[in-house]
Design a protein around this ligand. Structure first.
Ligand code: FAD
Ligand code: NAI
Length: 466
């Protein structure tokens, strides 16, 4: 045994590193174990950050190609330099992962590089090229995150048949790219490569895109993405991908059964969800049994084993960085004997396409299923002065409020910048705001946020600008 820690955290993604920082702030002797060569987890290394770097660059490229001329900006010789795009992506990732390492030092968290494994109550082994180190821990936090789910008959090689990781590292624009799954990853990374010149086909098992999002929002989003050039093949099940020398042959059939169709592609992206990462973690040594999807259950971050906690993608709830981060710090507070809490009703979701899609709280489908009477206020960006001035009028804001109390129950938006605007609705909902509270709050003119106010006014039927 080397040392006894108050807390040993396995996994240094947003769940783990935020837990470590908060533990450090609360005076707990803390260690964190990470098997990747850099800290920050999926999010910083191969997820949120690199995807946003590629989305940002490709959005400018497409604007320069398609929108600048209309604004009176003439561009000649426009060219996508994929090497440079990848370099600026790597710079963003490098800077932020180094930032996490700095934060570990600042908060006196000991970092172990290697694979962590629970070896019984209060015992964790770190295995690395240098050998094994045994740690003793009063509390163990599992924050091992998730990995891409795989599809039978589709072997991922990260070059031609890729997960999000390979799709973020392509060295050239594929001529034709097929996305399996019209979820968040498919729409974001499909947007990147479509903007850079790929023909993009999206094959989705269900008869809609973005399952879980408000159905009206998803339908309108599909219309906009189709207008941009994405070819949606909904209600289709992929049965296999054959790798020929010069191309890939993807076979699919209707989800409900029917004739097989074959499509050619240069790159296939498998984006059908992610699964919790629990392999080789030694869970059996403390009697933890994940469910059949690999999810470790928790009650206020406590697992079934005393002294073993769990946060982030590897446990229940949405697989989102901010959810993992919130759980990490709340878990640290509970370990320190304080009151840690996460409000699962108010976790926003954002799809960083153009336009963006954002939501928080209940969808109309949730409210109908729960039998809750609600009112709807809606406002299109085509009637918002800033959106019109910017020639970015696709989308709308929809606010759902309780019919009896007027309390806001959900907000659903599509439009340029709504990923930032959704924060206003999170704060309003966290403070229990009514739609009238938002409707009577002054919003600067001309801003996109006025659409939120107008939608809130619409709940009681006094929208001004329509
Ligand atoms: P992770 O970030 O997965 O971190 C877990 C860490 O544990 C990993 O670094 C792993 O190497 C390490 N680990 C696992 N097992 C061991 C072990 N035995 N020993 C040592 N280390 C171990 N979410 C958003 O909110 N916004 C976004 O824009 C967004 N974009 C995304 C884009 C992509 C392409 C992907 C794939 C995901 C995206 N996500 C986004 C989801 C987000 O990345 C995850 O929800 C988040 O990273 C989860 O954090 P976590 O700490 O639970 O796990
Ligand atoms: P997802 O769950 O968002 O979407 C997967 C899609 O694949 C669904 O539409 C599903 O119906 C479909 N699907 C499943 N099996 C299929 C099959 N056999 N054939 C065809 N379609 C099939 O998962 P995705 O996009 O892989 O993302 C994984 C996770 O990463 C998500 O939970 C998401 O929260 C997170 N993420 C978040 C981002 C953000 O917050 N902006 C960005 C990217 C990822």
């Amino acid at each position: 045994m080397t040392d006894t820690y108050d807390v040993v955290i396995i996994g240094a993604g947003p769940g783990g590193y935020n837990c470590a920082i908060r533990c450090g702030q609360l005076g707990l002797k803390t260690a964190i174990i990470e098997k990747r060569s850099t800290l920050g987890g999926t999010c910083l290394n191969v997820g949120c950050i690199p995807s946003k770097a590629m989305l940002h660059a490709s959005e400018y490229y497409e604007a320069a190609a398609k929108d600048f001329a209309g604004l009176g900006i003439e561009v000649t010789g426009l060219k996508a330099n994929i090497d440079q795009m990848q370099k600026q992506k790597a710079d963003a990732v490098g800077g932020l992962t180094a930032g996490v390492a700095f934060l570990m030092k600042k908060h006196k968290v000991t970092v172990f590089s290697g694979v962590g494994r629970i070896a019984g109550a209060g015992r964790v082994i770190v295995t690395s090229a240098a050998g094994e180190v045994a740690l003793s821990a009063r509390n163990i936090v599992i924050a091992t995150g998730s990995e891409p789910a795989s599809l039978p008959g589709v072997e991922i090689d990260e070059e031609r048949v890729v997960s999000s990781t390979g799709a973020l590292a392509l060295k050239q624009t594929p001529k034709r790219m097929i996305l399996i799954g019209a979820g968040v990853i498919g729409l974001e990374l499909g947007s990147v490569w479509r903007r850079l010149g790929s023909e993009v086909i999206v094959v989705e098992y269900l008869d809609r895109i973005l399952p879980g999002a408000d159905a009206e929002l998803a339908k309108q989003a599909q219309r906009v993405f189709a207008k941009q050039g994405m070819d949606f093949r909904l209600g289709m099940k992929v049965t296999g991908v054959e790798k020929l020398k010069s191309k890939l042959k993807l076979s699919m059939e209707p989800s409900a059964g029917g004739a097989t169709e074959v499509l050619d592609a240069d790159v296939v992206l498998v984006a059908i969800g992610r699964r919790p990462w629990t392999e080789g973690l030694g869970l059996e040594t403390v009697g933890i049994q994940p469910d059949r999807r690999g999810v470790i259950a928790n009650t206020h971050f406590r697992t079934s084993a005393p002294g073993v906690w769990v946060v982030g993608d590897v446990t229940t709830g949405p697989m989102l960085a901010h959810k993992a981060e919130d759980e990490g710090s709340a878990c640290a507070e509970l370990i320190a004997g304080k009151a840690g809490h996460v409000d699962y009703d108010i976790i926003p979701g954002v799809v960083y396409t153009k336009p963006e899609i954002a939501w928080v709280g209940k969808t109309e489908e949730d409210l109908k299923a729960a039998g809750v009477a609600y009112k709807v206020g809606k406002f299109p960006f085509s009637a918002n002065s800033r959106a019109r001035t910017n020639h970015e009028t696709d989308g709308f804001v929809k606010i759902l409020a309780d019919a009896a109390t007027d309390r806001i129950l959900g907000a659903h938006m599509m439009g340029v910048g709504v990923g930032e605007m959704i924060g206003e609705m999170c704060v309003a909902m966290e403070f229990g705001a009514s739609s009238e509270d938002v409707a009577r709050t002054s919003h600067a003119h001309p801003t996109m946020t006025e659409a939120i106010r107008q939608a809130a006014m619409g709940v009681e039927g006094w929208t001004m600008q329509m």
